[in-house]
Structures are given as structure tokens and as C-alpha cells.
Design a protein around this ligand. Structure first.
Ligand SMILES: C[S@@+](CC[C@H](N)C(=O)[O-])C[C@H]1O[C@@H](n2cnc3c(N)ncnc32)[C@H](O)[C@@H]1O
Length: 267
């Protein structure tokens, strides 16, 4: 047990789920690319009806529900936040999918499932926030059957070149400050390889990150006019936001920040 790590996870989970402002800014899917990129990931994983799929860091359940509804998978979702679990369970009931999708509160670094329980696992925009990524990757491999597939979509970053606006705790929770590069000795591919997961496909989706920055900017402008108190209560720093969003846009343009899809197979 590492108290500092547990505090970081709790802080991240609370930041996403303790108010509805994040949902107002991002919509149901808390990742760049939204449902379209989730479908792209599911197609790359060749998710088939009846397969057992785990969604790690399932948030409000958007990815898990899509995989059950459109791909016929039997899905489990796990998230650190009890509030997220409750919201996702409610969304499953509302969608008439509660029989095929279960949501559980748990830690990606200590997944509450037996070895080899799943045919596939997905994790969207969350590995970048986990304090012990090697442990999480080992957990992904453990819960997959041999030959099982892992699909990630995640922020990529050269953290040595991030501007000051994109470092620190808030930037870490916003999936930026502790993201990894795709390749190289500290990259996602190496992390997965060290856990026994061989990367078979990689796609760049940096444009999805730019669209998310545009969307947040537009919605912040609207909320500033219509609901400034909600932004204030949620701790959104409206004075700092323009510089942060501009820095994110510039970092994507400079190749310092991006978004990627990876598929790997448990060897
Ligand atoms: C950016 S959101 C992504 C949510 C979801 N995957 C999606 O794309 O909509 C990050 C999520 O990671 C969850 N999280 C953070 N640390 C976690 C951990 N150690 N184990 C499980 N979930 C975690 C947070 O509660 C939050 O729901």
C-alpha cells in the first residue's frame, strides 16, 4: 500500500466525478474521440458477440455500454470512484443493458478479477493517470486469457518538453503531466512489452485531442455566461483556462502532446 499513490488516485477519481461540470465540458465519454474512437478501438480488437470484455477505469460507463450494446460483448467495468460506479450502473439500467454489463468499484493496479477471466480489455484515457503504470499493465496481462487482446486509447506526451501550464497536479489529473511517449524506453509499447503484452497495432489520433480542446473552450465560454457559479464551485480557474488551452493546442502542434490507440496481445 502506498499512501501517496492512493491519494493521487482518489484525487483523480474525485476530480472527474464529484461534480457534473466535467460532464458538461466533455459529455458522457471522458476521452478524446468520443464514441467514434471507441468504435474504432472495438473494431481493431475485433470484439465479437458473447466475448468477456473488461473496461478498466470505466468512468460513467460510456465505453462499456457501447461494447455491450453495439458489439454484443459481456462487459465488466471497474473504476476507482464509487460515484462513477453508481452513475454507470444507473446508465446501464436506463439503457436496458443491466443484464449484460456490471460495474464495480476497484483499482486498476489491483483488479478484482481472477487470472485469465477476459477475452479482451480496454482502457481509455486513464493509464496516463495511474501512479504505478507497470503494475497496472501487469494487471491487464493477468486478467486476460492467453491470446487475449488489450486496447488502449491514451494521451501521449514528451513530458521533458511540456510547458509549465501543462505540468503539476491539475495537468496530471487532466491526463497530461504523467502521460508517456508511444515508443522508446519509457513509452507505452515498452511498458506493455515488459508486462507480456505484444503491441500489434498503433494509430495516432492527435486530431481528436485538438477537437477536445476546441470543445472545452467553447463550452467554457458558454458556461462562463450561463453558469459561472457552477464553474467556480467546481474549482475551474477561468483566469488560467485560456493559457492552458492555448498551451495544449501548441503542444499538440509541436508534437509534444498527442493521442494514440494501441492494440496488444497477451503472449
Ligand atoms: C479521463 S477519465 C476516463 C473515463 C472513461 N475511461 C472514459 O473514457 O469515459 C479517467 C477515469 O479513471 C478513473 N481512475 C483513476 N485512477 C484509477 C484507478 N487507479 N483505478 C481505476 N480507475 C481509476 C477515474 O475515476 C476516471 O473515471
Amino acid at each position: 500500500m502506498n499512501d501517496e499513490h492512493d491519494a493521487l488516485k482518489a484525487c483523480c477519481a474525485a476530480a472527474y466525478h464529484s461534480s457534473d461540470v466535467v460532464a458538461l465540458l466533455l459529455g458522457d465519454a471522458y476521452h478524446p474521440g468520443g464514441a467514434a474512437l471507441t468504435r474504432r478501438l472495438a473494431d481493431a480488437l475485433a470484439i465479437a458477440p458473447g466475448e468477456r470484455v473488461l473496461d478498466v477505469a470505466s468512468g460513467r460507463g460510456a465505453t462499456a455500454l457501447l461494447l455491450a450494446d453495439e458489439y454484443g460483448a459481456e462487459v465488466d467495468g471497474v473504476d476507482y470512484s464509487p460515484a462513477a460506479t453508481a452513475l454507470a450502473q444507473g446508465a446501464a439500467r436506463a439503457a436496458g443493458l443491466a443484464d449484460g454489463v456490471r460495474f464495480t468499484t476497484g483499482d486498476a493496479e489491483r483488479l478484482p478479477y481472477p487470472d485469465g477471466a477476459f477475452d479482451a480489455a480496454v482502457c481509455e484515457c486513464a493509464l496516463c493517470t495511474f501512479p504505478d503504470k507497470a503494475r497496472a499493465a501487469a494487471e491487464f496481462a493477468r486478467i486476460l486469457r492467453p491470446g487475449g487482446r488489450l486496447g488502449l486509447t491514451d494521451v501521449t506526451a514528451d513530458t521533458t518538453r511540456l510547458p509549465p501550464e501543462l505540468t503539476g497536479l491539475t495537468a496530471r489529473i487532466a491526463c497530461v503531466a504523467d502521460a508517456l511517449p508511444l515508443a522508446g524506453p519509457t513509452g507505452y509499447e515498452r511498458l506493455l512489452a515488459d508486462a507480456g503484452l505484444r503491441t500489434t497495432a498503433v494509430e495516432r489520433h492527435d486530431d481528436a485531442l485538438l477537437r477536445m480542446v476546441d470543445q472545452i473552450e467553447a463550452r467554457l465560454t458558454l458556461l462562463r455566461m450561463t453558469a459561472p457559479a457552477r464553474l467556480h464551485d467546481a474549482g475551474v480557474d477561468l483566469d488560467a483556462a485560456p493559457a492552458v488551452l492555448a498551451a495544449a493546442r501548441a503542444a499538440v502542434g509541436a508534437g509534444v502532446l498527442g493521442y494514440a490507440l494501441l492494440v496488444a496481445v497477451r503472449v
